[in-house]
Design a protein around this ligand. Structure first.
Ligand code: ZN
Length: 259
């Protein structure tokens, strides 16, 4: 039964549908899937572009910022002509131009404890494209409480990290990284440099993980942290374990109990 795809869609996705691991059933799963990307900067750019290209049915993008000239070195969603525009507006235009079959929902706001639950309502998978720890912990805790996968990525300098945190099958972010430091001790990535192509490397690993989760193919990264060194082209996999005393996903979770 392929009548739920137009001829144009079948042609657009033909190379993907030809993959036996995808096929028309897999393409239908992608069309029915929804992904929320929190932060459309260096990581969110390649993630959203490749998810839209692959035919994800609904993509939500959350970002309160405007495009600046200094973003263009790595945030490939944007062009010189969009400098000064709201990122979510410019991103929606670019993604819709790439694939008008993909519904793009935009949230031109910061993702906070006040609005997170409402914004994330109805999305299957949450993705971290942010550059701040407070938001990262918020995404993690929300995913644990609502039993959804959290696809994490982080970049700094020439080094990147990427992981799938799903507390149903493995550790959550807090199990691995502990509780957040006091807010005045959180480093400001805006003050440090980043190798532009690293955003592409890490973002595309995140996009691949999302597609694998939706399609149910390959080996997911649950329980592993991937470390990427873009200077040596080395990828290391570190096994990470669930912490039984984790305050959010552990046996006697205080945070889970509170919410
Ligand atoms: Zn945990």
């Amino acid at each position: 039964m392929i009548s739920d795809f137009s001829q144009s869609e079948l042609l657009r996705y033909s190379k993907q549908i030809l993959l036996p691991q995808v096929g028309i059933d897999g393409q239908r799963k992608l069309k029915q899937a929804s992904v929320l990307i929190i932060g459309v900067g260096g990581l969110g750019s390649p993630i959203s572009l490749y998810l839209a290209a692959a035919g994800i049915g609904r993509i939500g993008i959350v970002d309160p910022d405007r495009v600046s000239l200094s973003n263009l070195q790595r945030q490939v969603l944007y062009s010189f002509n969009t400098v000064g525009e709201m990122k979510v507006e410019a991103a929606k235009q670019r993604l819709t131009g790439l694939n008008s079959c993909c519904q793009i929902d935009i949230f031109p706001v910061a993702f906070t404890s006040e609005n997170a639950k409402e914004i994330a309502e109805g999305f299957d998978i949450l993705v971290d494209g942010t550059d701040n720890l407070t938001t990262r912990y918020l995404i993690n805790d929300l995913c644990v409480r609502t039993a959804r996968p959290f696809v994490f990525g982080a970049i700094q300098g020439f080094d990147g990290q990427m992981a799938l945190f799903d507390s149903r099958i493995g550790p959550c972010y807090r199990c691995v990284f502990g509780s957040p430091p006091p807010s005045d001790h959180i480093p400001l990535p805006a003050d440090s440099g980043v190798f532009g192509v690293l955003a592409g490397l890490v973002g595309l690993l995140q996009a691949a993980e999302i597609l694998k989760i939706i399609l149910g193919i390959g080996e997911t990264l649950g329980g592993k942290l991937v470390l990427i060194n873009s200077l040596t082209a080395e990828f290391d996999h570190i096994e990470v374990l669930k912490d039984p005393s984790c305050p959010v996903c552990g046996e006697n979770s205080e945070i889970k109990a509170r919410t």
